[in-house]
Design a protein around this ligand. Structure first.
Ligand code: C5P
Length: 404
């Protein structure tokens, strides 16, 4: 397997203890056929010596923007043009901030600005730095510019903290890079519709019923399907997420709006994936004015009616029926309940996850699922939602379109 054969990868290493893992990353990239050149920031050189990377990559390491000797050998613009992809691992909070701001104050940031190659980051930092609103905002800016983020993973950190911010392991970074720059086109020519996020049902002009769905899983699947070559329509409830590259997004609020958008998209669609957390009930009547507690509204204020089941409606079609995949978030007897839903809703496949498990669930970046169809069950190990999405898309594509 050499899916990076003939690829020229510019590996940027920035300051962080995870820089020691990047030495191994050079080797793992070469194992898959890549030619690697390394750029180190000043911070990175405090952790690992350039000589280590020079010996491993077989190429001189680039460290300075204004070094005449280095510029004479291979100027920074030449280096920017040389790269088929730029991978920064570890990507520190500072590097992410400078890239988001479009700065060019050292060699690595200048190369990123001067290059048209895909940019892939493996962030690594203290968990508080990762969770800081500034870093989160920078992340969204970078994602909206089609930068790929691999990780970070969660767990114990070198500083003693526990939380998100660990750099992914080198092998996972290599897989993520391949998926970002040279993915298998398993869904080429296929039209895929995905529902994601919550729906929201108005009670009155100021209040609504909804749930805690973040939309992360559905958005990750949309991104993975697009990378696999599909033409993707993403029907999104109210979420704060950037639209993945190459995806057509339709924003909706209520369940009825999501159903209408789904019906329209499904008319011309090969695969329908329902990852949305649809609100099951809505108020019988939406009040024109704010409901007042003073107006004798002491109890039984709301009367609810059942919402339409979007995925069951699509799966129940007798014509223009795509391959239909549902999700089942369960807290007990996960496989049993999911199998019931598969049959009841006439789905082709269902992705079941245990939301009581701290490893997964609504707002988490990670998830652990079992994929069930009429032929059996396949558990997928706990992983970041972004990685899980890639595996799920591969599995769904193989079942939905076995002959392509
Ligand atoms: O809520 P429930 O567990 O039944 O959801 C299972 C699947 O059905 C999910 O894929 C969800 O997106 C879909 N669903 C839907 N419309 C609803 C309720 C659920 O499409 N009204």
């Amino acid at each position: 397997m050499s899916s990076l054969a003939h690829k020229r990868i510019l590996l940027g290493v920035s300051g962080g203890i995870a820089a020691y893992k990047s030495a191994d990353l050079v080797r793992r990239l070469q194992d898959r056929g890549a030619t690697v050149r390394v750029v180190m920031t000043a911070g990175a050189q405090e952790f690992v010596k350039p000589l280590t990377f020079q010996a491993l990559s077989g190429n001189p390491v680039h460290t300075d923007l204004l070094d005449p000797a280095a510029e004479a050998a291979m100027g920074h613009i030449e280096l920017a043009k040389w790269a088929d992809a730029i991978l920064i691992a570890p990507a520190s909070a500072s590097v992410m901030a400078r890239l988001a701001a479009g700065m060019a104050d050292d060699l690595l940031s200048t190369l990123c600005l001067a290059s048209e190659a895909p940019l892939v980051l493996a962030p690594a930092m203290n968990q508080a730095m990762w969770l800081h609103p500034a870093t989160q905002a920078n992340t969204q800016t970078l994602l909206s510019r089609n930068v790929t983020l691999l990780g970070p993973d969660a767990g114990s950190q070198a500083c003693g903290d526990v939380g998100p911010g660990r750099m992914l392991e080198p092998l996972d970074i290599v897989e993520g890079l391949i998926d970002a720059i040279a993915p298998e086109q398993m869904l080429e020519g296929k039209k895929v519709t995905i529902t994601a996020g919550p729906t929201r049902e108005a009670l009155d002009p100021v209040r609504y019923l909804s749930n805690h769905s973040s939309g992360k899983m559905g958005f990750a699947i949309a991104a993975a399907a697009a990378r696999a070559g599909a033409e993707v329509t993403l029907i999104a409830g109210p979420v704060r997420l950037a639209t993945p590259a190459g995806v057509h997004r339709v924003d909706v609020v209520s369940t009825d709006e999501m159903l209408a958008a789904a019906e329209q998209a499904a008319d011309d669609c090969d695969l329908f994936i329902a990852a949305a957390a649809v609100v099951d009930f809505r108020p019988k009547v939406v009040a024109d004015q704010k409901i007042k507690k003073e107006d004798g509204n002491d109890s039984d204020v709301l009367s609810l009616v059942k919402n339409p089941d979007i995925v069951a409606t699509i799966a129940g079609r007798t014509s223009k029926r795509p391959f239909v995949v549902g999700f089942a978030a369960e807290t007990e007897k996960v496989a049993e309940h999911a199998k019931g839903k598969l049959a009841r809703k006439n789905l082709d496949m269902i992705v079941a996850n245990d939301v009581s498990d701290p490893e997964g669930g609504f707002n988490s970046d990670r998830n652990q699922v079992v994929v069930i169809d009429r032929d059996g069950e396949q558990p997928l190990p706990a992983a970041l939602k972004t990685e899980l999405a890639t595996q799920l898309v591969a599995l769904i594509a193989a079942r939905a379109f076995p002959d392509t």
